[in-house]
Design a binder for this molecule. Structure first.
Ligand SMILES: Cc1cc2nc3c(=O)[nH]c(=O)nc-3n(C[C@H](O)[C@H](O)[C@H](O)COP(=O)(O)O)c2cc1C
Length: 322
């Protein structure tokens, strides 16, 4: 097996992963990150295995678009039917993903009602079945991991992460909050340290990645020293700094950032055509235009646009007139 988690663990301490983010980490954004400040590994938005094995398959497949220029990407999946995990896992190997990650952390009510994602923290039997089906589906060709939280209503690291460590997983990402805490309290990094100790005892080969509130590479380094994790996953931090994964932080001019925003908009148009609307792109504007003189008024102009073409024209004028 080409085990990306082990390869990263052996080559870099810590290695840094871009977190899966629904409606954010599609192939377009991943291509932008890969070109300008690549993470060591990235993840797709979560994709539903039950939807994939239904007539709604094509819609799910948009979440699984992959370009060779992205570098290694893990497909993240969720669902409740183990048979569907098996079928989807088999297909994901052929699509070229570097691995499969199972979402056992999403705290959204709709998923929990179905018994999926973080609900699995309270249903070990189903969690074990979903993991086993996925491992069976990949036939030893790519690694299988889980991204989860440290408990459902209360912190339960020893019991839950201890259980996961017995499931022959290649990696576990520990988002160090409970489901109940959502993102409302600071991440409990002391629990990540506990997960590492458990790993050393129960499954020394499983790679542990810590996640929660890391905004810079310096913080990633400090959390690694604190806990002994192998890797760090960063999510929302990329909205403050597109170059969060760059080892050599440097200043970037407004013109440079507008240039990358144009690239993002054009790639979005080319990739999705009419199949996705323009509106969701607006959430990225602040990422590119922030901290410069006049940032707020430029953003206001762009937020008022109704199409990619209109946004590109305005950026073109700003770049020309300086
Ligand atoms: C907009 C958004 C979408 C997210 N979507 C997913 C997802 O699809 N799968 C997942 O496992 N976690 C998802 N998360 C959680 C993140 O992967 C990450 O665990 C969380 O944001 C904490 O890390 P951070 O403090 O570095 O952002 C999402 C978070 C955000 C903000």
């Amino acid at each position: 097996m080409n085990n990306i988690w082990q390869n990263l663990k052996e080559s870099k301490q810590p290695f840094c992963v871009l977190a899966p983010m629904d409606d954010v980490t599609d192939t377009v954004f991943r291509q932008i990150v890969a070109k300008h400040a690549p993470a060591d590994l990235m993840m797709t938005e979560f994709a539903n295995a039950d939807g994939y094995c239904s007539p709604g398959k094509e819609a799910i497949k948009t979440r699984l678009r992959l370009s060779p220029s992205e570098g290694p990407v893990i497909a993240q999946i969720w669902g409740i039917n183990p048979d569907n995990y098996y079928i989807m896992a088999r297909d994901l190997v052929d699509m070229g993903f570097a691995g499969i990650d199972i979402n056992m952390g999403c705290p959204v009510k709709d998923m929990i009602k179905k018994g999926a994602c973080s609900a699995m923290i309270q249903n070990h039997a189903l969690a074990a079945e979903a993991i086993a089906a996925t491992i069976k589906g990949v036939k030893g060709q790519i690694p299988v991991s889980v991204k989860t939280r440290i408990g459902f209503n209360t912190i339960d690291t020893e019991n839950w992460i201890g259980f996961l460590l017995q499931q022959k997983l290649d990696a576990i990402t520990v988002h160090s909050r409970t489901k109940k805490e959502m993102s409302k309290v600071p991440a409990h990094w002391d629990e990540v340290a506990k997960a590492v100790t458990l790993r050393d005892k129960i499954a020394p080969k499983t790679v542990i990645i810590g996640n929660g509130d890391v905004l810079t590479r310096q913080e990633a380094m400090a959390r690694t020293k604190q806990t002994g994790v192998d890797g760090i996953m960063m999510g929302r931090g990329i909205f403050y700094n597109l170059f969060i994964f760059d080892e050599n932080q440097k200043e970037h001019s407004l013109a440079e950032m507008l240039g990358i925003l144009m690239e993002h908009i054009m790639l979005y148009q080319k990739t999705w055509g009419d199949s996705k609307t323009f509106e969701p792109l607006k959430k990225f504007f602040k990422l590119y235009i922030n901290g410069f003189d006049g940032s707020a008024s430029i953003r206001a102009l762009l937020m008022d646009t109704k199409s990619a073409q209109e946004a590109l024209e305005i950026i073109g004028i700003i770049l020309k007139t300086g």
